[in-house]
Ligand binder design. Sequence first.
Ligand SMILES: [Zn+2]
Ligand SMILES: [Zn+2]
Length: 68
Amino acid sequence: MNKSWHDTHKLRMPTTLPERVAWHEAHSKHCNCRKDLPKTIVAALKKQGKKVCSRGHVYNGTGSCSVC
Ligand SMILES: [Zn+2]
Ligand SMILES: [Zn+2]
């Protein structure tokens, strides 16, 4: 877990869906503590043309996972 990233990227409640989507997208790039993204987040990312790999990284739908 990337503790320093978490310490500087705390989500304050209540949050909007776009805020949570942005948080999870950034989180997947900087930290790997949580594999599973909530279904609502995955659905929102798909609407933006993005994909989530089997390990929970968010990547652009036209490419492949940049982390794996
Ligand atoms: Zn994390
Ligand atoms: Zn991946």
